[in-house]
Design a protein around this ligand. Structure first.
Ligand code: GLC
Length: 557
């Protein structure tokens, strides 16, 4: 049995390295809990439910954007990076929430959105008002249009949300927006933009924020020099070598080195994790100690529930840790992806990855192919126990601790995601994983708040309510609670070793302290190592682990 050192990190510094093995719970504020009955979740709602996070046993909360916003992209269209949306509360509510989280021993990670602002941000309003060639336009990416009167966009580049990436402003100029047109991209060559974000990082750090999740971290520096290559060519540029005009350019790392100096002004230094959709070989730079410190590894979201796919993603994540000296992140889903319990219930397609299968299924409103929801839920539990046994940090998206499913058939008029509208029917969008959480089995919004819920919850949501699952020892929530409490007591070492061979349908690995994690991906029930079965994703059959299940076994040396 080859034992490998996953992290290469010599020692853990008390109070500083908490993030290396943290379990981080992602809150999407407008669908977590609503205190005032307006149907939008808010910060006092979060404060009132800190008990759930404490009982669950997570170490930290990552809060998706809560800033003033028109919610053109669920809050990732920020009007003011240093305030709270009035519908979500006030800065005083923010302070109360931080105090409640810290009081319960939980850390808080805020989402920073530096690639773009909203089109309601004062900078963008000034840019529009001040006209062609004005210095106020330098904070964004304005270019003259082509053709008579600049009536044509500067080039044919496309938005990631569908449709053109340029929007005209009526005076012959156009601005660049990789995402929705309400999200103009910032120009990071502008020193004022750089200074303002340093101010924002200090603003939240001073208010007690422990770390930051950096949205679109790979996109800030762009090469928009002319002549422009046609989009068909740009779209083909490999992401492996840093030559893409929009993504993962060398210059982004200067920004993060600068931010690192800001993070290190604090004691303990503030933590950061990059949302960087880059080639796996290029993740380590973002995760370096001179940079942000950690980078999301999204590969588990694309893997099917297959032993070879899991093993490959685990090996790649552990290899990342050896290269960067940081820890990798494990996650099954987030606010941008189909819920994992549903994804694992869809039949495989040899030509598509698991994420793509889910996207195609959404276009049928969940009608075709038929999803085996019970199987998906069972597998999601098995997968969660795998992730929680790995060295590194695990991120849990709100509701996944309940085994909640995607809502694939929301009424069309309730869809809010710009992907749904901009893609003209080629994509369904991300609303189905953002439906407000069920807390109780009944009531107008299943305990989400005193009013309604947007997008609306389906009738079957009540089955997954926190209060229902808390009373059921066999529920997904009870399994998560047991696993998280055990994980805390097990190890902070980062060693890992495979016990099973690569071609087996059983995945078996061991961690320090005799902590064995065994998953049966198919076939007959399997024997477990001799020891104490500390937690399992389903009941064992005659002491053996049935298929689509995981168990943790503690074996004495
Ligand atoms: C990130 C966010 C996503 C958002 C996009 C634009 O990918 O996770 O929700 O739409 O950035 O800000």
């Amino acid at each position: 049995m080859a034992v490998m050192r996953a992290g290469g990190f010599p020692f853990l510094r008390e109070g500083v390295d908490w993030w290396r093995s943290a379990v981080v719970y992602q809150i999407y504020p407008r669908s977590f809990a609503d205190s005032d009955g307006d149907g939008i979740g808010d910060l006092p709602g979060i404060t009132s439910r800190v008990w759930h996070l404490a009982a669950l046993g997570v170490d930290a909360v990552w809060l998706s954007p809560f800033y003033p916003s028109a919610l053109a992209d669920g809050g990732y269209d920020v009007d003011d990076h240093r305030d709270v949306d009035p519908r979500l509360g006030t800065l005083a509510d923010f302070d109360d929430m931080v105090a409640a989280l810290h009081g319960a021993g939980l850390r808080i990670i805020a989402d920073i959105v530096p690639n773009h602002t909203s089109d309601r941000h004062p900078w963008f309003r000034e840019a529009l008002a001040s006209g062609r060639g004005a210095p106020e336009r330098e904070r964004y990416i304005f270019r003259d249009g082509r053709g008579p009167g600049g009536a044509e966009p500067p080039n044919d580049w496309q938005s990631g949300f569908g449709g053109p990436a340029w929007e005209p402003v009526g005076d012959g100029q156009w601005y660049f927006h990789y995402f929705a047109k309400e999200q103009p991209d910032l120009n990071w060559d502008d020193p004022g933009v750089r200074e303002d974000f340093r101010t924002t990082l200090r603003f939240w750090s001073d208010r007690g924020v422990d770390g930051f999740r950096i949205d679109v971290a790979h996109g800030l520096v762009k090469d928009l020099s002319e002549p422009f290559a046609p989009w068909s060519e740009v779209a083909e540029v490999t992401r492996a070598d840093g030559t893409h005009p929009l993504w993962d350019r060398e210059g982004v790392h200067e920004i993060y080195a600068d931010w690192r100096r800001v993070f290190d002004e604090y004691d303990p230094p503030r933590f950061a994790v990059a949302e960087a959709a880059v080639h796996p070989t290029r993740r380590a730079r973002y995760a370096s100690p001179e940079g942000l410190g950690q980078a999301f590894n999204f590969q588990m979201q694309e893997a099917g529930f297959q032993p070879d796919e899991f093993r490959a993603v685990i090996d790649a994540g552990l290899a990342d840790m050896r290269v960067s000296g940081s820890t990798t992140t494990w996650l099954l889903g987030c606010h941008d992806t189909l819920r994992v319990a549903t994804r694992y219930g869809l039949p495989r397609d040899p030509d598509l990855n698991s994420h793509q299968v889910g996207q195609r299924w959404l276009l049928t409103n969940g009608a075709e192919p038929v999803a085996d929801l019970a199987l998906g839920e069972r597998r999601a539990r098995a997968a969660a126990l795998v992730l929680l046994a790995l060295p590194g940090a695990t991120y849990v998206y709100q509701g996944d601790e309940l085994g909640l499913h995607e809502v694939p058939d929301l009424p069309p008029e309730s869809l809010q995601d710009p992907i749904a509208t901009r893609s003209r029917g080629t994509a369904k969008g991300r609303d189905g994983c953002r439906v407000p959480l069920p807390w109780t089995p009944d009531g107008p919004s299943f305990g989400f708040g005193p009013g309604g819920a947007q997008p609306p919850q389906p009738a079957w949501f009540g089955r997954y309510a926190v209060s229902v699952e808390a009373d059921d020892p066999d529920s997904t929530l009870s399994m998560y609670r047991r696993a998280l409490s055990l994980r805390r007591s097990l190890t902070s070492e980062e060693e890992f070793a495979w016990v099973s061979d690569p071609d087996e349908s059983v995945l078996h690995f061991v961690r320090p302290g005799g902590w064995h994690c065994v998953s049966n991906f198919g076939g007959a029930p399997v024997e477990l190592p001799h020891g104490t079965v500390a937690v399992s994703s389903v009941r064992l059959e005659d002491g053996r682990l049935p298929r689509d299940a995981t168990a943790w076994v503690l074996v004495e040396d």
